[in-house]
Write a protein that binds this ligand. Sequence first.
Ligand code: KG4
Ligand code: ZN
Length: 334
Amino acid sequence: MNCTILAIESSCDETSASVIQNGKILSNIIATQAVHEQYGGVVPELASRAHMQNIVPVIQNALSKANIAKNDLNAVAFTQGPGLLGALVVGVSFAKSLALGLDIPLIGVNHMQAHILAHFIDEPRPEFPFLCLTVSGGHTQIVIVRSHLEMEVIGHTQDDAVGEAFDKTAKLLGLPYPGGPQLDKAAVGGDYTKFIFPSVDTPGLNYSFSGIKTAFMYFLRDQKLKNENFVEENMNDICASIQASIVEILLKKLRKASRETGIKQIAIAGGVSANSWLRAKLQEEAEKHRWSVYVPAFEYCTDNAAMIAMAAHFKFINNEFCDLNTGPMPRMAL
Ligand code: KG4
Ligand code: ZN
């Protein structure tokens, strides 16, 4: 059977649409909202308005790039959650109207599940079961992935997400929003052993990033009292050191999870999986522990509709549809 799906992503500050046909991505259009830069973070009301402006052109672009007419579609998929309510509602409403108008089924997708399923867009694809470290601006999770749609969270953050830790430390250093990728760039070639930042030990496989964030804040305050140009003079080494400390927190629990479950197929997903230090360290760990590691292509790390389309493809095959009464779920669990 032919299966052509239009997928819409609008959970945060990217408006994106993608067309997938029989499991193959035909287009993936992403409009990044620049409006938040001047505020140093995502402003929910502005995100919602920008989605309203972007959604029609983004969808038209995705359909035309894929060379697909609306009448060729077999289903419409959308990000149901987690995410910002006002942002999600734009994608959900559009998807519902389109499904109603075309009389085709509707598929609600969990954004975090989609980040993981981005691994099935291209080769190499992980084998089941695998562990996925899902690291984004709102989440930090270790997930056992048993099949395309069967996933279990075995570790999560008790406070901040790792993306927030990157963004907040970058902000303290005066780097522009979004801080994570800026900090990554500013760290290249720096001495990552120059400054040590303590982290809080957390039980089991859970994470905590609030301790290191606070320690970093006080460290900068104290150093600036001694030398007001401390940040400017040491930017490269500070970024390398804090990045290495944050990544080590991530890897420590991932090693533990692999030991405890005996699973050596390891994947990373989500915006922070674009981090160059995390990617490099993961390769080192792979050699040490004989892991097979899977790192997504850069274009599928941060928010995009291709991953929503991939998840929708598996749900379509599994007959998992939702009805027109469905709504956004800002706190949707995996
Ligand atoms: O998955 P994502 O695009 O959106 C959410 O679902 O949250 O992740 C965004 C997060 C932001 O915190 C951003 O700073 C972080 O991913 N990020 C990075 C890098 N690229 C994106 N953090 C560190 N290094 C990067 N290269
Ligand atoms: Zn995301």
